[in-house]
Design a protein around this ligand. Structure first.
Ligand code: PMV
Length: 338
């Protein structure tokens, strides 16, 4: 019997991944850039033994561990990843997996990013693939193969870029700067924790049906370059507009794809408008980013965080706020979940 535990953070994409060049190996159509989130972590423990009869994945639902059924694309991908990495190791052992999030799942806080990176890394460790686990480039490629490109970015701490490419070997994550580089924070304004209606995989597949997708891709090269520079220079007034433009561009594509995907709620728009007003009226430098959920990620420098959080809490739609700093990437821990 072997048991390992891995912890991995979610991340917020400043420049988002949308659409794939190769949907079988999940290569993102555009380079994408993110920051890891300290308060949004997944912890995954895996036990491997020849005595276990069947693979079992269980997720903590707030009170108990409930079995993960193969009823959705994403859940099936998790079991496929177990199969793939076991095969790679030549073992026949089955596994018992338990996973716990420190934040609400499926609310546009990219639980798939932390979940799939923790799962893949723990599988590599439990099936004796330590060499791949220790090589972040290789680890990010293995994580990408579980179907969530954004998860590949969580292997590094801090600010990370996932590269597009023409083959499996060309599409991997690179670190732009580590978690100690810049006091930037992401305060998530939680509006609701409802499950997504349209999954990311359905969204990636329908990206091309939007007449605006081509424009998005054309804009991408210069936006990626400016974002990279802004992070290296620690320039929030250069970074902020890139983050907001990319969010709007992504959501225009989503709303004009077939089927159309309208994610924003009244609270989403209220927060976006408030942030723009705070900047214009009070010179409070904060910027919005919206992923595949109604909640709004508010990016600002740490010196403005208290004021931003106070103002967010005063908005009637905001049920909760989650304060995140950049943090370390995927790593092994010794405290097992069972
Ligand atoms: O990694 P996926 O397949 O869950 O897709 C992520 C898509 C977005 O969350 C909308 C953007 C991103 O890059 O995180």
């Amino acid at each position: 019997m072997t048991k390992v535990t891995v912890q991995s953070p979610a991340n917020i994409a400043f420049i988002k991944y949308w659409g794939q060049t190769n949907e079988n190996i999940f290569i993102p159509r555009n380079n994408n850039i993110s920051m890891t989130l300290s308060a949004c972590q997944t912890i995954t423990t895996i036990e491997r033994s020849s005595d276990i009869k069947e693979d079992k994945i269980e997720l903590y639902n707030g009170t108990d561990y409930a079995p993960l059924f193969k009823d959705t694309h994403k859940n099936k991908n998790a079991y496929d990843q177990v199969e793939r990495i076991r095969k790679m190791s030549g073992s026949k052992d089955k596994v018992h997996i338990r996973s716990k999030n420190t934040f609400p799942s499926d609310a546009g806080i990219a639980s798939s990013a932390s979940g799939f990176s923790a799962l893949t890394a723990a599988l590599l460790l439990v099936f004796d693939q330590k060499k791949i686990f220790n090589d972040k480039k290789e680890l990010s490629k293995e994580v990408r193969l579980c179907g969530s490109g954004s998860a590949a970015r969580s292997v590094y701490g801090g600010f990370v870029e996932l590269l597009t490419g023409n083959s499996h070997d060309e599409s991997y994550a690179v670190q732009i700067a580590d978690e100690n580089h810049w006091d930037l924070v992401d305060i998530v304004a939680v509006i609701n924790t409802n499950k997504k209606k349209i999954s990311s995989s359905q969204g990636h597949a329908s990206a091309d049906s939007s007449p605006y997708y081509k424009t998005r891709l054309e804009e991408m090269k210069s936006r990626i370059k400016t974002t990279r520079e802004a992070i290296v220079e620690k320039n929030s007034e250069k970074l902020g507009p890139c983050i907001e433009e990319d969010t709007i561009s992504l959501h225009i594509v989503m709303m004009t794809s077939k089927p159309a995907n309208y994610i924003w709620e009244p609270g989403t728009i209220a927060i976006m408008k408030a942030i723009v007003e705070w900047r214009e009226k009070d010179n409070l430098q904060a910027y919005f980013s919206i992923d595949a959920g109604a909640n709004v990620h508010v990016i600002c420098e740490k010196k403005n965080a208290q004021e931003v959080q106070k103002r967010l809490k005063a908005i009637e739609f905001v049920k909760d706020t989650i304060y995140n700093e950049p943090c370390t990437g995927t790593h092994e821990i010794q405290d097992h979940l069972f």
